[in-house]
Ligand binder design. Sequence first.
Ligand code: MN
Length: 355
Amino acid sequence: MAEVNTGGTQKFRRIAIEEAFTIPEIADRTRAMTHGATEWSLDKVFLRNLYPDADPSKAKGGISYAAQKLQDLSDGRIADMDQFGVDMQLLSMATPGVQMFEADIATELAALSNDRLAEAIAKNPARLSGLACFAPQDPASAAKEMERSINTLGLNGFIVNSHTDGEYLDEEKYWPILEAANALGACMYIHPRCPPNGASSSYRGYEGILGSAGYGFVVDASIHAIRIMVSGVLDRFPNLKFCLGHMGEGIPFWFSRLDQIMGMYKAWGHLKLELMPSEYFKRNFVISTSGVEDHLTLQYTIDKIGVDNVMWAVDYPFLQTGPAIEFMDTAPISDADKAKIYGGNAERIFNIPKL
Ligand code: MN
């Protein structure tokens, strides 16, 4: 077992950067929408598993167990961190967060959850940091909340739980959000969400197994990032920084193919882009290891995008802390690289004070 952090006794500062939470107001509304729903969606299949009971404290085992842990922003969470030697969690709103709600309610609940997150961090500033959420449903209000989250609440960046009603941040109506992120110089984590209704027929017959973390998550998060790369918004906002989980949602594996095909479209004049997809990725994206605990994939990803762009994550409470530590502790890389992935890169990218 890893040593408990008692201040400088560990070899590496471990900052886990894709760690989920929610607040009761968002959990209750999500549960009510999910169970009262007459309309079917992949989100609702996933969320019925996550919130199977009106009272999450009655849920036992499996994914539903995570529903209780999501709302714990103090003792239980810190105890898990202590048990395994995690120094800090960078918290973010659990998928799909406020992005299923009507615009006004979503905007209000995003602000409430950012306030609660800031309060939790204020109580445990050495152990917790966090990403602000916002409601893309109202881009102008979202931009204001983003500014407040960084400049007033002191949060460390942003999270968007991928699509909003089947739309992605490259679309012009969402540019106020990209402008705000660019101006604030804060990184935006594109976390997965179940694919939208327009894409859901591909999962028919396997909704519960493939519609969310089984595969739908990676499909939706990766298409979100690729849309941003081919849309030209990274020429308009060249300083934007996005983070993808799950070893970059597989995108580094596709660099050769993406550059080849997009290079053809560029040559034909169908795409007006300054850079190739792999060049945008290396300039504007960073990644976390969350849930891809495979040393060969880690080594490949480091080779493709550079060790300075790779960060460690657990994906608590959906995944277990122990195996995520074991994966990184035993990774066949230098201690200097391990120190960057475990914490040094997160300090720089998410503006977390060094110890
Ligand atoms: Mn996650």
